[in-house]
Ligand binder design. Structure first.
Ligand SMILES: NC(=O)c1ccc[n+]([C@@H]2O[C@H](COP(=O)([O-])OP(=O)(O)OC[C@H]3O[C@@H](n4cnc5c(N)ncnc54)[C@H](O)[C@@H]3O)[C@@H](O)[C@H]2O)c1
Length: 250
């Protein structure tokens, strides 16, 4: 029997990068997956495992769309066990603090932090009704260490850790575990391919920060997500796993 047989999962940002890898990995381990994205690429992900993965086109910064996709998971499968809040963007509001545009601040916080709030807001009641669940929120090493021009990105990712801990404390008695992953530099993904096009040197510098002297692969993050989703992690909640190849050990 596969580790996630019978589990129903929602994975956001599943069109490319870590979300795509996570959707495929959860499906490979037996889960039925709703692969959510706003780009249209969720259909390509679902085509890789059509019996296990259903594409859902939704904007996870919109409460009504997040509510509808949770309702679709429950309507179709009768339950919800796993939520992976992967969606995140970088490269917006990337400037010294006085130069950050207010609209860019709002946009980055909305995509990175409000999406996690909305995912948990709508998934938790469905998980309570299902007898429990596992929520995994994508933070970043950017929540733990800093560099210039990352104030807002770092704040969004640190906010995710605070929300993760609070939700874990609130919902543990309902058998809902809530954890975060802090990836280091992961390649290739939509975000890092774009970074490579715009700042090729910065990307190779980021990769060399890891003790392993290479970027992480999206599949290596997906493997950790599958662990957190599974009952192998049954006593893990309210924390974050740093998956950075040893970057922050330095
Ligand atoms: N790539 C890295 O090096 C790295 C490092 C640390 C943390 N992270 C975090 O990991 C997560 C995944 O990163 P990635 O590089 O794999 O991402 P990615 O850029 O490859 O993919 C993000 C996906 O999210 C989708 N998306 C964006 N906004 C959306 C919205 N409003 N509604 C629905 N879908 C939306 C995009 O269409 C895209 O398919 C992000 O939260 C990111 O901040 C990434």
């Amino acid at each position: 029997m596969a580790r996630l047989d019978g589990r129903i999962a929602v994975v956001t940002g599943a069109g490319i990068g870590q979300g795509r890898s996570t959707a495929l990995r959860l499906a490979q381990e037996g889960a039925k997956v709703l692969a959510v994205d706003v780009s249209g690429a969720e259909k390509d992900t679902a085509a890789q495992a059509p019996d296990q993965i259903e594409p859902v086109h939704a904007d996870v910064t919109r409460g009504d769309e997040v509510q509808a996709l949770v309702a679709e998971a429950v309507g179709r499968h009768g339950r919800l066990d796993i939520l992976c809040n992967v969606v995140g963007v970088a490269g917006i509001a990337q400037a010294p603090v006085p130069d950050i545009d207010e609209d860019d601040y709002d946009r980055l916080l909305t995509v990175n932090l409000k999406s996690v709030f909305l995912g948990m807001k709508h998934a938790i009641p469905a998980m309570v009704a299902s007898g429990g669940g596992s929520i995994i929120n994508w933070s970043s090493v950017g929540a733990l260490v800093s560099s210039p021009q990352t104030a807002v990105y770092g704040a969004s990712k640190a906010g995710i850790l605070a929300m993760t801990r609070a939700a874990a404390r609130e919902w543990g008695k309902a058998n809902i575990r809530v954890n975060a992953i802090c990836p280091g530099f992961v390649y290739p993904t939509g975000m890092t391919l774009m970074g490579e096009r715009e700042f090729p040197e910065a990307v190779s510098r980021a990769a060399s920060k890891s003790a392993l002297d290479r970027p992480g692969h999206p599949d290596e993050i997906a493997a950790v997500a599958a662990f957190l989703a599974s009952s192998d992690a049954s006593y893990v909640t309210g924390t974050y796993l740093v998956v950075d190849g040893g970057w922050t050990a330095g």
